[in-house]
Design a protein around this ligand. Structure first.
Ligand SMILES: [Zn+2]
Length: 64
């Protein structure tokens, strides 16, 4: 995993949502440790199977 996905607290980041805009796809990660969440742009070499699965499955609203 790229270092820019890690949070300062070094907690596990879980992908909880995806979105698409003019710039491309982004995935929202939430830290299991401290609870903060961030959007990350997706790259060509990212795990698209995961992204697609996430976009097809409803996300628990309590995680957002
Ligand atoms: Zn954290």
């Amino acid at each position: 995993m790229p270092g820019d996905r890690a949070s300062n607290c070094k907690g596990m980041m879980k992908a909880i949502a995806v979105k698409q805009d003019k710039k491309g796809w982004s995935v929202k990660h939430k830290c299991k440790k401290c609870g903060h969440s961030i959007w990350n742009m997706l790259a060509e070499d990212d795990n698209w199977d995961k992204v697609i699965a996430l976009s097809l499955n409803p996300v628990d609203p309590s995680l957002l």
